[in-house]
Design a protein around this ligand. Sequence first.
Ligand code: FAD
Ligand code: MLT
Ligand code: ZN
Length: 457
Amino acid sequence: MSIEDLPSTFVAALIDIVGASDVVTAADQRASYEVDWTGRFRGVTPAVVRPADTAEVAAIVALCRREGVAIVAQGGNTGLVAGGVPMAGELIVSLRRIDAVGDVDLSARQITVGAGATLAAVRTAAAAAGLAYAVDLGARDTATIGGTIATNAGGLNLIRYGGTREQLVGVEAVLGTGETISHLGGLIKDNTGYHLPSLLCGSEGTLGIVTAARLRLVTRHDHRVTALLAFADAHAAVEAVSDLRSRLDSLESAELVLDAGVCLVCEAFDLRSPFADPHPVYVLIDVADSHDPTDDVASAVGALTTMRDAAVATDDAQRALLWRYREDHTLALNTLGKPHKLDVTLPLDRLAEFIDTVPTVVRGVAPHGQTWLFGHVGDGNIHVNISGVDPDDEAGDDAVLGYVASLGGSISAEHGIGTAKKRWLHLSRSTEEIDAMRAIKRALDPDDILNPNVLLP
Ligand code: FAD
Ligand code: MLT
Ligand code: ZN
């Protein structure tokens, strides 16, 4: 849909709600909102509307419902499943202006923030008050709290604190009906019916547009040790992580990378290899405590009989360097073209077998496809990226997701379904579950105007 397809009265009404400067229609100004982070998914929107508060969001949704105009909600546009870009010509509602970060409530250990606040802004505010926001991920400087709620983002610290849903005490949102629900009082014991924050969390913008959230904060641990551990194969690495989880309560992250991925990162960013001799598989661990955990790490790591080598860092600069071997995978892969990005969870006892076999599964249907594996091994989540195949060629995706389902895994660990994976939703959800989701969608968004092309096939 282009701006010419919308009645001029509709555009005038949008301008009445947010002001002319926040209804963006010029092609060059819309461009960055219309394409996803990988460049693989691109749509066209008639306009980007940038409300300043919840009342403006409610007015936009009511107007769109009246006029039958579909909306895509967008935060930082770092999503990786084409959920926040206008793949079917939807109007974009950008939440980035609603970015207030409230004061930290020290006694409740909570904070109220606008949906457009970045993850980094919330983490900084929590840290300044001596606490921490538990969710962290590579896109922290751009991803918004609203986006992380909509996708139930997992990230790097999930093994210790849980994902976004576990941090969500309350939420404010505008439903597809145009009505606003707001429950930001922060009571942690509140058994008064359906937990709507949990329902909205992970709903990928299909039920409501989140405008604010009340978040739980956790203890800030100032003493940190990071280590890169080397293994001969995936079986040894997976076993070591389960051993470390039982020995180290202060284990915050356990991330897997393979030699090929580390070489790619080193090449893309001109970094030195972490070890003089390469090893097939690495696990990056981050340990955080209120006392120096160096000895705890040394004793837990020392007990790993299958470990081949280790690089341990205690100062921030060295720690950051070790993290680059893991976090820079996403950027490095983008230098190879437009990757197909899959994000799956396996039962822990099938994880190593999956890592060993999946490149062959891909090659079987996409002989030119190269498979890259990395991810949050502590929680069974592996990111499968396929480079060297056409953006529209989904044979590799299909084979990988079918294989995941055959091993009892999930086709999305943390990125969500978006538009990119909805045709495979049935691999992880039964017909009855999908019908139940549709019934909820109909109740909260009766005219199907919120992200109508996302999640539900
Ligand atoms: P967007 O991309 O703008 O939107 C994502 C989805 O949420 C869309 O469906 C959109 O319609 C919906 N949405 C956005 N805002 C709202 C709102 N206010 N109300 C309702 N719906 C809304 N993800 C992880 O889970 N773990 C990781 O470790 C991780 N690491 C990443 C690293 C990099 C370098 C990149 C580029 C991405 C990474 N991601 C990760 C994916 C991404 O950052 C997350 O999905 C994040 O939650 C998206 O936030 P966003 O604000 O950018 O949302
Ligand atoms: C990550 O863990 O780095 C992200 O989820 C991003 C990606 O999958 O590339
Ligand atoms: Zn991830």
